[in-house]
Design a protein around this ligand. Structure first.
Ligand SMILES: Nc1nc2c(ncn2[C@@H]2O[C@H](COP(=O)(O)OP(=O)(O)OP(=O)(O)O)[C@@H](O)[C@H]2O)c(=O)[nH]1
Ligand SMILES: [Ca+2]
Length: 469
């Protein structure tokens, strides 16, 4: 009689084999698949040129390639020449951006050039189509994926500058100014032209937005000068400039803007002399004269008959709000409206000669215009947009929103590349190390279960009485 050897049954061997193959396969997949991208392709880039009325700014955005919804962060900015000054020489406008574009080509890795979108957005203050088409031609010659140059509409300029759902945006440019905020009192029924609807992260927003062309800081200043030179005066005493400030200006230069169309005196002298008197109150009265507060066919208006719902929530103010209030040391959140007035009263009255000594390195043009700029901001916010001493506290002056330079460029690019997530984001993907760990643990558990099954099968097999041959 021969006792049967405890040999393994084919089924046991099969199950154990599967267990080993499963383990090897899972670990291999975990290690080989889903590896982080090589360094050179780990990020995507996007370039936006903001062709404003007073300057052109270049923004290079960068974001992780795996997370297209992880809105880009600006990595580099560059101030380029303003193309609006090339109206009589459109070719020159294209050439003027060359240096800036070469810098962008250095910042973006060359392997990414071809797929990097390049946009040029001109703001409403710059309706110079001939310049725009010349620039368009020039931008095609760079290695990026040029997606066109166009003029933003007022609502686009306002709404793309709006970044956070709960915070309104105040943008003061050279030619135009924008106000945008979410208001529970606004659904567009009164004034559909001011409504922009957004679906962001699963929520719908009705955004009120308006862009006032000719009410940017530079054009508003021109409007005040026009108010004082309409009869062709040869000398003007201007309360918005410091005592002792004297400057000779040309009529043709002042009135050379669509904002003052038809306002120019018929037969003006060539020049007028601007003499500063440095009087805050007089300056505020002068500024008020460029707003129309009388007509409003809606339940409420800001100015010039433009509908504006009741202000709501907090606001972030940027561009010239930031340049001017920062210089005047008025950006601290503890600063009240009364503090602003007191500072301006004292600042505007400061003699020009003293100011120049106090700020020897500040650009003269900027230095001369902070009294006007500050007074204009105060008047625009309180008389124009109806901020009160109480709601003024809701305004924060910022240079950046969420780590990016404040402005419309990021929102514009994200919108055009379809990267603004309409729905709430899924939970973020596991990092590579986490992914490998989960896969290995799953594989080991699976293999253990299979081995255990194989063991049980073997045991059952051994405990059965063997047939004796
Ligand atoms: N003091 C100061 N003023 C600045 C500076 N940069 C720009 N400005 C002025 O601030 C105002 C607004 O500037 P921007 O926001 O660049 O205006 P913009 O985008 O060219 O103009 P829009 O087309 O109307 O948007 C203009 O009057 C500029 O001359 C700065 O660094 N310091
Ligand atoms: Ca601007």
């Amino acid at each position: 009689m021969k006792e049967a050897s405890p040999g393994y049954r084919p089924v046991t061997v099969f199950v154990a084999g599967i267990a080993v193959i499963a383990l090897v396969a899972l670990v291999t997949v975990a290690v080989v698949q889903n590896k982080p991208l090589p360094k050179s392709t780990r990020y995507r880039y996007g370039i936006v040129l903001d062709a404003g009325s007073s300057h052109t700014a270049l923004y290079v955005y960068k974001w992780p390639a795996e997370k297209d919804n992880n809105t880009g962060r600006v990595t580099q900015t560059e101030s380029c020449p303003g193309i609006s000054s090339y109206a009589s020489n459109p070719q020159g406008a294209g050439d003027s951006l060359r240096e800036c574009m070469l810098k962008a080509a250095k910042w973006v890795p060359s392997s990414r050039h071809g797929e990097t979108p390049l946009y040029l957005g001109a703001t409403a203050g710059m309706r110079l189509l001939n310049v725009l088409s010349a620039v368009e031609g020039a931008l095609h010659s760079y290695p990026f994926s040029f997606r066109g140059a166009r003029i933003l509409s007022g609502p686009e300029e306002g709404s793309f500058g709006w970044g956070q759902a709960t915070t309104g945006a105040l943008d003061l440019g050279g030619a135009s100014t924008q106000i945008s905020f979410v208001s529970a009192h606004f659904n567009g029924s009164q004034s559909p032209g001011n409504l922009m609807t957004f679906r962001l992260y699963g929520n719908d927003y009705d955004l009120y937005t308006h862009s006032f062309l000719c009410y940017g800081k530079d054009q508003a200043l021109r409007q005040t000068l026009a108010r004082q030179t309409q009869s062709g005066q040869s000398s003007v005493s201007d309360p918005c400039f410091h005592p002792g400030y004297i400057r000779v200006r040309e009529y043709s230069d002042l009135y050379n803007t669509p904002c003052l169309a038809d306002l120019a005196p018929r037969t003006p002298p060539t020049n007028f002399t601007l003499l500063g008197t440095g009087n805050f109150q007089g300056c505020q009265e002068l500024i008020k004269s460029i707003f129309n507060f009388t007509q409003c066919r809606y339940s409420r208006c800001s100015f010039n008959g433009v509908y504006q719902p009741q202000l709501q929530g907090s606001f972030e103010a940027f561009s010239a709000y930031n340049y001017v209030l920062d210089f005047l040391n008025l950006t601290d959140t503890s600063v009240s409206l009364e503090d602003v007035k007191a500072r301006l009263r004292e600042y505007c009255a400061t003699p020009w000669s003293l100011l120049q000594k106090q700020h020897p390195t500040t650009k003269r043009k900027y230095l001369a215009e902070y009294c006007f700029g500050g007074t204009y901001i105060l008047t625009l916010l309180t008389e124009g947009f109806n901020f009160t001493a109480d709601t003024y506290k809701d305004i924060t002056v910022v240079r950046q929103i969420k780590g990016s330079d404040a402005g419309w460029t990021l929102g514009y690019m994200l919108n055009l590349t379809n990267m603004i997530p309409a729905e709430a984001q899924d939970t973020p993907p596991l990092p590579y190390a986490g992914y490998v760990s989960v896969m290995v643990v799953t594989a080991v558990v699976l293999a253990l279960i299979l081995l255990f099954l194989a063991y049980r099968l073997q045991r059952t097999h051994c405990s059965k009485p063997h047939k004796i041959v």
